[in-house]
Design a protein. Structure first.
Length: 371
């Protein structure tokens, strides 16, 4: 973690859990933090700080949808137009299923480039203008969904390879609202967050984070120099796709409960772990199920979880398939890579430092108990 800080991240916090490796080492938990929560005051970060966890929210939303599948209120292969005919009308509503929204094969583009139009000007110095314009703006989900649906499709519904899109998960939030009669955030809070026993996780009620937290610094690939604090922000721009606030301890508990079959049944979990190739927002290809990433680390194992990114904050939370090793890391800087002359973000020492941290946290051998 000190290596990540030295490479240029102001502050980061993490929790690693290991429940394997012999009777003398069962149930060990390590928590740590490095760096500062506030560049202006030098206030240090703490391991228990609350953090905007971005798209890790998608797993919570997917769990809520699967709970409704188990109750028979939703079928994975239902056309979304059967439930939301006004939001997704016509042929598109008939072709796109709930499953396609969950695994990003709907062909519906991400709305973010249209809700934040100045991003399309990158690498111009004005590319960050929308981030400031929208700081205190309250979006309606239907408004953002309409932006995504109006954009050129990324492919045919049900394609073999998906394209990651936040629009999909806003639609799933509206689906939850339709079938449960409650706001999606309220349903997820009662039936996912509280059921998992999470004490420091929730959707923000305003622009500020309740409880101890860091400032969150956005660099926007060098456009913002020095990086700008966006810890105060109206998160209606991302809702059931990426708005949750949590702690690293709560994230590890959540994924442990999920993968142990305590939030959805085994049949649902099997569906969630049925992956396809999906093109992520950064252009890389990930193995994506229904709200879950599959990450295979050579020589270390298969992990399940999700990463997350919002303005100024990054999160990674992964749990090994056997449940015996978990890692959650929060970082208070985002989009640190600077572009070359063609505008393509280039590798940064932070990338290597984070890779080293992740591999150490996930793969460090558990010491054998002393004889």
């Amino acid at each position: 973690m000190e290596g990540v800080r030295t490479a240029g991240v102001p502050g980061l916090y993490a929790e690693v859990r290991d429940s394997g490796g012999g009777t003398g080492n069962a149930g060990r938990t390590w928590r740590g933090a490095a760096g500062v929560a506030d560049l202006g005051t030098g206030r240090p970060v703490r391991p228990d700080m609350r953090h905007r966890v971005g798209s890790v929210t998608k797993t919570f939303t997917a769990v809520a949808v699967m709970q409704q599948v188990e109750r028979g209120r939703i079928r994975l292969d239902d056309p979304i137009g059967d439930h939301l005919p006004v939001l997704v009308p016509g042929e598109r509503g008939r072709k796109i299923t709930v499953r396609m929204l969950l695994n990003h094969t709907s062909g519906i583009p991400d709305y973010i480039p249209y809700a934040f139009p100045s991003l399309q000007e990158f690498p111009s110095p004005t590319a960050a203008k929308s981030l400031d314009d929208n700081r205190f703006r309250t979006f309606r989900p239907a408004e953002l969904i309409a932006l995504g649906l109006a954009a050129p499709p990324t492919g045919e519904p049900g394609a073999a390879t998906g394209v990651y899109s936040n629009t999909n998960y806003l639609l799933l939030g509206q689906l939850l609202e339709r079938v449960t009669g409650a706001a999606a955030e309220e349903y997820i809070t009662r039936h996912v967050i509280e059921r998992a026993g999470l004490r420091h996780t929730g959707f923000p009620s305003g622009t500020r984070i309740d409880g101890p937290h860091s400032r969150m610094y956005e660099a926007l690939y060098g456009v913002l120099d020095p990086p700008r604090d966006y810890s105060v922000y109206d998160m209606s721009w991302t809702g059931t796709g990426a708005a949750l606030v949590s702690t690293m301890a709560d994230l590890n508990r959540f994924y442990a409960e999920l993968l142990d079959g305590k939030l959805v049944d085994r049949r649902s979990l099997t569906e969630m772990q049925r992956t396809i190739p999906v093109r992520a927002l950064d252009g890389s290809t990930i193995q994506y199920g229904l709200g879950l990433h599959k990450v295979t680390v050579p020589g270390c194992g298969t992990f399940w979880g999700h990463d997350g990114s919002v303005w100024g904050a990054r999160t990674m939370s992964l749990t090994r398939a056997d449940g015996k090793r978990q890692m959650s890391v929060g970082i208070n800087l985002e989009r640190w890579n600077r572009p070359d002359s063609s505008g393509q973000p280039q590798p940064h020492p932070i990338d290597d430092a984070l890779s080293t941290l992740y591999r150490t946290a996930m793969c460090a051998p558990t010491p054998e108990p002393s004889p």
